[in-house]
Design a binder for this molecule. Sequence first.
Ligand SMILES: Nc1ncnc2c1ncn2[C@@H]1O[C@H](COP(=O)(O)OP(=O)(O)OP(=O)(O)O)[C@@H](O)[C@H]1O
Ligand SMILES: [Mg+2]
Length: 410
Amino acid sequence: MKRLKVLMGDRIVGQLLAQEGAHYFSFDESFIKAPLPLSPYKLPVAPGVSEHREGYFLTLPGLIYDSLPDRFGMSVLRKNFQDQGILSPTPLQMLSHLGSRTMGALSYSPAEDEPAAQEMIDLANAARSAKSLMQMEHADTLDPAIVKAGGTAGGATPKLLAAISTNRSQIITGPSVIPAEMEAWLIKLNTSDTKTSSICQLEQTYFELAKAAGIRVPETMLISDKKGMQHFAIRRFDRKQENPNQRVHIHSYAAMTGIDFSHPGTDYEDLLRLTKHLTRNFEDLCEQFRRMLFNLLASNRDDHAKNFSFTMDSAGKWTNTPAYDLLYTDNDLGGNWMLIGGKRNDIRYDDLKRLADLMGIPQRRLNEMLEQVQDALAQWPALGKANGIGTGLRTVVQSVIEDLNRTLGK
Ligand SMILES: Nc1ncnc2c1ncn2[C@@H]1O[C@H](COP(=O)(O)OP(=O)(O)OP(=O)(O)O)[C@@H](O)[C@H]1O
Ligand SMILES: [Mg+2]
């Protein structure tokens, strides 16, 4: 396979061609006549052919790279191809395999046929199967729910795309069409062996804290499987809330700006500048600043450039997506993944003040946001307990939050 059509709904966006270690992209004439800024910085709509060779984007344009999953979803894809005797599928083969089962609004043609029937999801089986896949890629047969719903979302951890009934009684696979009276959700599976693992409760609690801090978050919930293990579910923002079969264009900060998200060199200052330029909206800028404050003071240190995204409406206007991937994390860097005004550790109030000044955010607004984040984080012990997080983890997180606050000095 050498060539693919890139589509958005019934519009042809362009053509993607693979040749000698690179990809070439050209916008369709019809799209140039009525353009939308799908990737305004790295792939502006214009006639001609662009060449793409960035290894960390699999030599794809960032716009299209965002349609492919990361570690877990890639394992599912590779396993599907291995079962057909294809050991190293090309990016074009993977995109064609996904067809319209991608996240966001883009789809790819020609597409392989999608599985017709939707499966009931047994979360306990899916989690067991996901775990064996992560441990040995060539392992046993995959759980059907993972085959049908696991391959498309990004991120490292095992997850499934699901349709959940509005009364919450039914969960079925949902990578493409969502039946009536159902909503589009993403489920992050808890694959640990012990019921005491509270990673999903931790994420649920962090979303509750973020919401209390005034951050715009999607609806989230915990779902228990038949063994009593809890999994974290988050409502998809790349589908319209009022009609989950309408797809919404999203683009990660990393792919939009050409950043390799696994390299910890990015700075919040760049993210804030881009937010200001792209959205031209002061409230979006403040929202992004608030998320930075939260990630700092709640120790969400997996705050890399793929954990921020933007969404474009049908008129081509960009806003921040709701926040996602929020939880207590640490890393070997001993600080946030993205630098905060050039610093990773020992962040003081003055550092925040300087960054706010640079962005044109008044000190009064900075203080209001900071206070709201701090007040929200004071609820950690109570919310953590209510979600069933044990004393040990509660105490550890509590002392980290207190240390970060003390260092901040305000
Ligand atoms: N509510 C949502 N709606 C639509 N897309 C989402 C939503 N939440 C997450 N995503 C997408 O799915 C990807 C994976 O989600 P998330 O970042 O939570 O997973 P993760 O495995 O914890 O990631 P990481 O590899 O950063 O640890 C995100 O990068 C984002 O593109
Ligand atoms: Mg993530």
